[in-house]
Unconditional design. Structure first.
Length: 387
């Protein structure tokens, strides 16, 4: 006998509740001298829950299958409803609970008086917690790995990036437009791509450019007919299988809610202050360009970047180099002194080799007249979120 709400829906559809067995991310938590901090990545990692600790750990089978530098892989969507495929909300997570959540108009917040939650305002624009980055977009994408499917469970990817949320939601809406509302069984690629962004440099008090790594869903083919055929092939297989096995019986897929006490320590890592987030490594190496100085003169400060080949940090942008040069000259340094200090202290032959992870340290050093102050943390933004 079927149980209403547990095994069947109000309309008689069979309910299949799927547990989350795999987590996909473009960030990880690393240990530091003071505890832990988030670290951005330019590629995907695949995690599973440890049998003993119940904490997320690298899945060795998936890591071997997809490799160490996986930046795109095919996935299959399970339901037509965007709200079930891509759940989004504004949320404030702590290490023990989801303290507040809402849709930008109305919110629910746990308080000492009402630990289960009470109506809260404002939500969205005007909320001091959103402006202070305690509250952020919180989105979960649910899917099945097309090349490594597992029956009875799904994969989850969580992101707090404004840009990733916009792009994934827009991609899903575009797919629904092309397919007439269909998402279930659609095969597409989950990708991470480097994109340009800007943030306010606190020391220079100006906007400078940087590179972030944003998520998206993509489907590509030589023409529209092939594109539609490519993404709907699996959807047709879904329909055929349902007819063969269930005589056309409708099935509603539901994602089993994960316990908040388990998710809180995991998700809370993504709510670090932005300046504590380590920048990701570059996705693509850029060609070296050199600018020859006039005979008898020292090399100019503002030269094209020489991208490091160690794969750990990207060099600063042209705007950052120019801002640094203007500041250093204003502090009384001449180009030859700047070049000498950069090479002696950091191993940079010129300002074009300054890496983003050392940029603030270099700026503060020269701004303080060549003294060695405390390192300044990287100034990231809401767009620059690792997960």
């Amino acid at each position: 006998m079927a149980i209403l709400g547990l095994t069947v829906s109000e309309s008689g559809e069979s309910l299949q509740r799927l547990a989350v067995s795999t987590k996909v991310a473009i960030g990880e938590v690393v240990k530091t001298a003071n505890g832990t901090r988030p670290n951005k990545l330019d590629h995907f990692i695949f995690l599973r829950k440890g049998a003993k600790s119940l904490e997320w750990e690298v899945d060795p089978d998936l890591a071997q299958h997809y490799g160490k530098e996986c930046r795109e892989f095919p996935i299959i969507l399970l339901t037509d409803e965007i709200e079930n495929v891509f759940r989004t909300e504004l949320a404030w997570w702590t290490k023990t609970e989801k303290k507040c959540w809402g849709d930008g108009r109305a919110a629910t917040r746990r308080t000492d008086k009402n630990p289960d939650g009470e109506d809260w305002a404002p939500c969205g624009d005007g909320c001091p917690d959103l402006e202070a980055n305690r509250c952020k977009p919180s989105a979960d994408l649910y899917f099945v790995l097309a090349e490594y499917p597992r029956l009875g469970s799904v994969c989850r990817l969580h992101t707090t990036s404004y840009r990733s949320v916009r792009q994934i939601h827009s991609a899903l809406e575009q797919i629904r437009t092309v397919t007439g509302g269909r998402l279930a069984g659609i095969r597409c690629k989950l990708v991470v791509r480097p994109e340009k962004a800007a943030y306010v440099d606190a020391k220079l008090n100006k906007k400078v450019s940087t590179t972030i790594f944003a998520l998206n869903l993509e489907i590509s083919a030589q023409d529209m007919g092939k594109l539609i055929g490519e993404m709907t092939q699996t959807a047709k297989l879904f329909d055929q299988t349902r007819k063969l096995l269930g005589n056309g019986r409708k099935v509603e897929y539901l994602i089993e809610e994960e316990a908040e006490v388990e998710r809180a320590p995991d998700v809370a890592q993504e709510f670090y202050p932005a300046e504590e987030i380590a920048p990701a490594a570059p996705a693509v190496q850029q060609p070296t360009r050199t600018v020859a100085p006039p005979a008898g003169e020292a090399p100019p400060i503002d030269v094209e970047p020489v991208w490091p080949t160690n794969g750990h940090a990207s060099v600063i942008s042209t705007d950052q180099r120019k801002a640094f040069a203007d500041m250093a000259v204003a502090k009384g340094f001449v180009p030859k002194q700047i070049k000498s200090l950069l090479e002696a202290k950091w191993g940079f032959k010129n300002s074009g080799e300054i890496t983003e992870d050392k940029y603030e340290e270099v700026v503060v050093f020269f701004a303080n007249g060549g003294k060695d102050p405390e390192p300044v943390p990287y100034a990231a933004t809401n767009e620059d979120i690792p997960f």
